[in-house]
Design a protein around this ligand. Structure first.
Ligand SMILES: *[C@@H]1O[C@H](CO)[C@@H](O)[C@H](O)[C@H]1NC(C)=O
Ligand SMILES: *[C@@H]1O[C@H](CO)[C@@H](O)[C@H](O)[C@H]1NC(C)=O
Ligand SMILES: *[C@@H]1O[C@H](CO)[C@@H](O)[C@H](O)[C@H]1NC(C)=O
Ligand SMILES: [Zn+2]
Length: 968
């Protein structure tokens, strides 16, 4: 809690301590480094060159927690210890300078590095400088692509790549992005990787039909044009599909965890097998060459947590190379070499071919006809929401470290900075973290790490306040901090026991408020924790990148007045000045939605259903629904209830229709007085399983919109892609799962439209969804399953907790807007930003000191509506990392899809900007030093900015700057 001596501003600033990166400074290498493309082994032009890539795939948490994996703890769950892998690999690399190894996950490498002696660190630097140990990807983790938000992905990449640059200089900069395991691939990830300066991208998993076609057509390597808005080649990324997932070819796994025969090369012994090994290898190599375009092929020699005893692998690989290449003297035209993905990429580039272009993405991913990996789009909905609000909180925490200046480093609250939350968020982006595909104890660990990160940003204050202060006090103030670069208006809802309050804003003006009884659904969710009987509702406004303080005093105690209680019936309509919704009096369901400004109306109903999860007992396939896979037993979902019991609450702040469908499904349809969006707050759980049926619960909107089999989903919260039912843009789909095969990740929004109307749903977390019938949009909310889906996690997705032993209850919001298609983005872009970066509300008890500054903005002026302030983060003592983003797509909005200009010197109100340098998206390269391999597409000439301070942004462009600043 704040002490009265501090004004809210100082108080907020003191909450957050600035961080200084404590990584060791890189020593100048003794000799001039020959890393990168220069360090590649020579290849033989007339031969088939086989690039052997020794690698390990180290999940940043999955069956074990990230720390258990690092130390090799709990080997009873899975034998895996990353510290031993790095020890052993370094040792083996030193034994033969030809050997190569790539390392991917900086979360692990960083842990290992901290524990090494100076001598060992220098040895490793030498290996890196000589290209013998090469970093690929290099983010803190290998992020999930379906359920992550771009802002958190950029942050985790920035953190990992910064560590590599700080530690190894330019030889530590990965040239290749490497997502060998994620379960489908997002176009926005490819766009980000291109803007981060990667020359190429390799992955392992794509739809089996797509792969088969690409093998035949030799189109497993392509140029991905990953943005419809950014000028090529800005978001162009060379993309390659690996031949065997990320595993070695069959019969050639020489890890201690494998059973393949070693190379027995003593001709005096009976079991000599060199001829056999060489023959088998040549056969595989020739077969692989048939499905790729050049005389270079790649083989991934490694797999999950391999190389713990690297001697086994390297000893056999040394021999394989020797014996296969010896055959060249007998006329063999196969040349095997130690290589890395970037060395392989260099050869593809030298081949100077024209590669096929790819414009859509790689979702959904199916590895067989009934095995669509579309369940994880929704798995663990509570963790997905916690991850999303943790990102919001982290961005605020980082902003306050900057705005607070040096004073924020001397707070009274002891330790505290954003570093812990940054790391927790980075780990949570892993493809078995926010994806929901980890074991339960690992999910708990991710949540615990996030909570610890919040604590370091001092957030418990907020919760403690929420539960105690506002309920108990007669006088308190509410501080609303807005992390967006434009003013926001936000509804506040506080648990209280009083029945009337007086609220005044920062200027002393009275604010309208209402006290309403806590709904039964909310009381039930609390499970006996929290006793407030009422909720205090009012609307707050906060300036850009700043706060506003409201003071609240209790006027009256006792039970709420009867007028404040809900009425037990459906209203005919609910409306404010923007929207009108009607309800069917018979069923209590929504029946229409109108936009009063544009005078458009659509028929719209909404209800909840569940799919019966397949238990594997099925004539077509034994595949069950599980953490990864969605496989309903039938294509017709069960309705939970055809009618809803209704209560209506209408007052000057909000109008609510509370719908009760069953003991485990309820919803509030809510319209705030000055909102352009209709809020559907759903509450689902505990999902009953007493009938031994796994359930996948959806909310489905059915409208009169003529959507013609098409709907739209965002990619990682940024650009939107069109989805067509039973169709893939790049191959002729044979649809085998009519529901699961039409599901796509919805990260922040989805919409359906026709010529006149666009209905957009903004979500508060990542979810899966589809449009199975015209005019319909369904979104999966919660999943409770009884079987494991045999993709490794080894547990059914059946979440319970101490507070919810009978099954997790999840609550969330969908925000609906209706607009003409040409102006829809003008509503859903800002709306989604408000959900992603929501205001931070803190409390102070008692009266504020009269000299307290009640309102503050860190900006000199509101930024243009098209500009999003993506990053404001302290970098070093005197530097701040700034990312400005144009948040509209090209031709998405008549008004906003235009270039805009921002003046960096006129940005902040508390900082003088003394200098500026532009960087790549991941901030590990200066923009003017950024050269990428050019895949036969000329780089556009940079126009040169009118002045260094005037920064122009085109649609969907993100520009990253390092500002040298001085506190005013
Ligand atoms: C690449 O191919 C083009 C023809 O498509 C040719 O004009 C060019 O010289 C080639 N470049 C190299 C480096 O071989
Ligand atoms: C609020 O009211 C509830 C119900 O009357 C009661 O149990 C609780 O103790 C009250 N809290 C306070 C702080 O008065
Ligand atoms: C990378 O690190 C080197 C020092 O090792 C530093 O000189 C350089 O400025 C860093 N690059 C970026 C983009 O921060
Ligand atoms: Zn993995």
């Amino acid at each position: 809690m704040a002490t009265p001596e501090y004004t809210p501003f100082v108080f907020l600033l003191l909450l957050f301590q600035s961080s200084v990166w404590g990584f060791p400074v890189c020593q100048t290498p003794q000799e001039s480094p020959t890393c990168g493309y220069k360090s590649c082994h020579a290849t033989k032009p007339g031969m088939l060159n086989v690039h052997l890539v020794p690698h390990t795939h180290d999940d940043v948490g999955w069956l074990k927690t990230v720390d258990q994996y690092f130390y090799g703890d709990r080997n009873d769950i899975q034998h895996a210890g990353v510290q031993y892998i790095l020890d052993s690999v370094v040792d083996q690399l030193l034994k033969n300078p030809d050997r190569r190894f790539i390392y991917v996950e900086t979360a692990f490498f960083y842990r290992w590095w901290k524990q090494q002696t100076d001598d060992m660190q220098n040895t490793v630097k030498q290996l890196v400088n000589e290209g013998r140990l090469e970093f690929v990807n290099g983010g803190w983790c290998m992020s999930d692509e379906a359920t992550t938000h771009y802002s958190a992905v950029i942050d985790q990449m920035t953190m990992g790549l910064r560590f590599l640059n700080d530690t190894f200089g330019h030889c530590g900069r990965p040239r290749v992005a490497w997502h060998i395991d994620p379960f489908g691939h997002a176009r926005e990830h490819a766009s980000m990787f291109a803007q981060m300066g990667y020359d190429g991208f390799f992955f392992g998993r794509l739809d089996y039909q797509d792969r088969n076609r690409r093998m035949v057509a030799r189109e497993q390597e392509m140029l991905w044009r990953a943005s419809e808005s950014l000028t090529p080649p800005m978001a162009d990324l060379f993309t390659g599909i690996l031949p065997n997932g990320y595993n070695p070819p069959e019969g050639f796994c020489w890890d201690q965890s494998c059973d393949d025969p070693p190379i027995r090369d003593d001709p005096d012994l009976e079991d000599y097998n060199v001829d056999d090994v060489v023959t088998r290898f040549l056969h595989i190599a020739h077969g692989q060459a048939l499905v790729y375009k050049t005389n270079h092929i790649i083989m991934t020699m490694g797999s999950d947590f391999q190389y713990e005893n690297a001697n086994l692998w390297y000893k056999n690989l040394d021999k394989l190379i020797r014996y296969v290449n010896q055959m060249q003297s007998n006329g063999s035209e196969v040349n095997v070499l130690y290589s890395t993905p970037s060395c392989y990429l260099q050869e593809l580039h030298r081949a100077n071919l024209t590669w096929p272009l790819k414009g859509d993405d790689f979702f959904p991913y199916a590895d067989s006809a009934h095995d669509f990996w579309t369940g994880y789009f929704t798995s663990r909905p509570a963790l997905k929401r916690y991850e999303r609000i943790s990102n919001s909180y982290l961005q605020t925490c980082k902003q306050l470290e900057v705005l607070g200046g040096p004073i924020s480093r001397k707070g009274p609250f002891g330790a505290g900075d954003s570093e812990t939350l940054k790391k927790a968020m980075a780990v949570a982006q892993h493809h078995d973290a926010v994806s929901g595909t980890e074991k339960q104890h690992v999910a708990n660990d991710y949540a615990r790490k996030l909570a610890n990160g919040w604590a370091h940003c001092q957030v418990p204050t907020i919760y403690i306040s929420l539960l105690s202060v506002s309920m108990f006090l007669c006088q308190f103030s509410v501080n609303v901090y807005n992390p967006l670069a434009r003013p926001v208006s936000w509804p506040v809802r506080l648990p209280v026991n009083g029945t009337a309050y007086r609220i005044s804003d920062a200027k002393g003006k009275a604010v309208d408020s209402q006290v309403v009884p806590v709904s039964q659904a909310t009381a039930a969710v609390r499970r006996g924790r929290g006793y407030a009987v009422n909720e205090l509702l009012f609307q707050v406004q906060a300036p850009p990148l700043g706060y506003s303080t409201y003071s609240v005093s209790l006027l009256q105690n006792g039970p709420p007045s009867p007028q404040s209680s809900p009425l037990p019936r459906a209203p005919k309509a609910v409306q404010n000045k923007f929207l009108r919704v009607t309800f069917d009096p018979e069923t209590g369901l929504l029946s229409s939605l109108s936009n009063l400004e544009t005078q458009q109306t659509v028929k719209l109903s909404q209800n909840f259903y569940w799919y019966n999860a397949s238990d594997g007992n099925n004539s077509e396939s034994i595949q069950m629904s599980g953490a990864y896979i969605f496989r309903p037993n039938t294509s017709t979902p069960f309705i939970i209830s055809k009618t809803a019991k209704i209560e209506t609450l209408q007052n000057s702040v909000v109008q609510e229709v509370r719908q009760w469908f069953s003991p485990w499904v309820s919803q509030v349809v809510r319209l705030y007085t000055d909102s352009r969006a209709l809020e559907l707050e759903w509450t689902v759980g505990p999902v009953p399983i007493g009938d031994d049926l796994g359930k996948e619960v959806i909310s489905r909107l059915d409208s009169s919109i003529n959507s013609s089999g098409v709907f739209y989903t965002d990619s990682n919260g940024r650009e939107v892609l069109q989805r067509r039912k039973d169709y893939r843009p790049t191959w002729n789909l044979r649809q085998s799962e009519p529901i699961a095969g039409n599901y796509y990740p919805i990260n922040s929004r989805a919409y359906i439209k026709d010529d006149k109307d666009q209905l957009t749903v903004v979500t508060d977390r990542s979810q899966g969804g589809g449009s199975i019938q015209d005019g319909s949009l369904e979104i999966m909310l919660h999943r409770r399953l009884l079987y494991d889906d045999v993709r490794g996690v080894g547990e059914p997705l059946n979440e319970t907790s101490d507070i919810y032993p009978e099954g997790l209850v999840v609550r969330g919001r969908h925000l609906l807007s209706l607009s003409p298609p040409a102006t829809a983005a003008d509503t859903h872009r800002p709306l989604a930003q408000e959900v992603v970066l929501q205001p931070l509300i803190t409390f102070t008890d008692g009266e504020l000191h009269p000299s307290t500054r009640l309102e503050f903005s860190g900006l000199q002026a509101v930024l243009p509506p098209a500009v999003h302030l993506l990053t404001v983060s302290q970098w070093d003592q005197d530097t701040v990392l700034l990312r400005l983003e144009h948040q509209y797509q090209a031709s998405e909005s008549k008004e906003h899809s235009q270039p805009v200009t921002v003046n960096l010197q006129k940005l902040f109100s508390t900082l003088d900007v003394l200098g500026v340098s532009e960087m790549n998206l991941s901030a590990n390269q200066w923009k003017d030093e950024m050269t990428r391999l050019d895949w036969k597409k000329p780089l556009p000439k940079r126009g040169g900015d009118p002045s260094v301070w005037e920064v122009s942004l085109k649609p969907m462009e993100i520009r990253t700057f390092l500002l040298r600043v001085r506190q005013r």
